[in-house]
Ligand binder design. Sequence first.
Ligand SMILES: Cc1cc2nc3c(=O)[nH]c(=O)nc-3n(C[C@H](O)[C@H](O)[C@H](O)COP(=O)(O)O)c2cc1C
Length: 347
Amino acid sequence: MRKTPFKIPSKALFLAPMQDVTDLRFMQAVNAISSPDFYCAEYFRIHESFELDRRTMEAVNSQVLSAPVVAQFIGGDESDIAKAALELSKRAPRLLYLDLNIGCPVAKIYRKNAGGGLLRFPEKIKCIVRVLRDNWEGVLSVKMRAGFAEFSEFEHLFESVMETPPDYITIHARTVAQLYRGKPDYSIIKRGVELSGGVPVVANGDISSARKAVEVFNETGCAGVMIGRPAVRNPWIFRQIREFLNGEEVFNPLLSDVRAYVQNLADNIICGGGKILHADSRLKKYLNFVALGVDPEGKFLREMRLARGMDSLLRVCDKHLLDNGNAEKKFSLDAYEGICARPNCEL
Ligand SMILES: Cc1cc2nc3c(=O)[nH]c(=O)nc-3n(C[C@H](O)[C@H](O)[C@H](O)COP(=O)(O)O)c2cc1C
């Protein structure tokens, strides 16, 4: 049935899918700075009465990025997923890549036995992957966590995914129970590589700098790395990883470069329309991450959170990223410790 041969680029770099973050506007802002090899769009929620979300369709159909976009499904019923795969092929005829999410730890998803909830039902995973293989002619991948409650579940779950081997598998090296906080265990990824029989494995979880990415490549033998939150903070990370791998000097952006990135995000949000009334809140979602590399005391983070309205928010950005000699200061390549991007979230 499958018609698309897949060869993963060497040391492939992926932008992770992030709900409410990796829309087309954000991907364009990243693309203007340094492109990964693959962009992963937010998931389509697939259930009995699913509709393929318009904004996400815009991202997966887009031809404006320098790298292909991967679409993602999250759902728990194989016949709904089969229908959705057929509909997606019709509505996005040029889309090649489809991923199945079996890792999402959000309670309202996993309790419905979708996302990370599927890790409690290995037979269901086998069935869904098989159905997707039969109903999607493009490249098929699976993004999984290391287990639901325990790392010891990993091997059995990995074998279930591999019963109908996907074209590549991404492993977020945490369990669902750990949410986004606990420490990833990269030895799980190494084990995945050993068990994969040559199917490329992509490593994910806290790959926060070029140095860390190279350590994970060396430690695990993975074929690629996927980067989420660190790429929102530092979208230069893809270029920096390539430079590090080539033994070149790694580009260190200045705070003035960060200000230009923020302006690009702001302009894209405003162009996106729709939510323009809440444009400042939307920009703050990104700034929560960016702020972790701006100053070690978290002053920018605190002040930007208090700003009301886009003009006032951008003035706070000017103050911390441009004024009084700040423009020439280096952006920290690692997040400063002790400040938290999203204190009220599980993330
Ligand atoms: C705000 C947010 C939204 C996310 N949405 C998705 C999603 O739609 N699909 C998915 O597979 N993972 C999603 N994730 C998980 C990320 O893709 C990634 O696995 C996780 O953040 C760990 O990688 P990181 O440490 O590089 O951020 C999300 C994570 C965050 C922080």
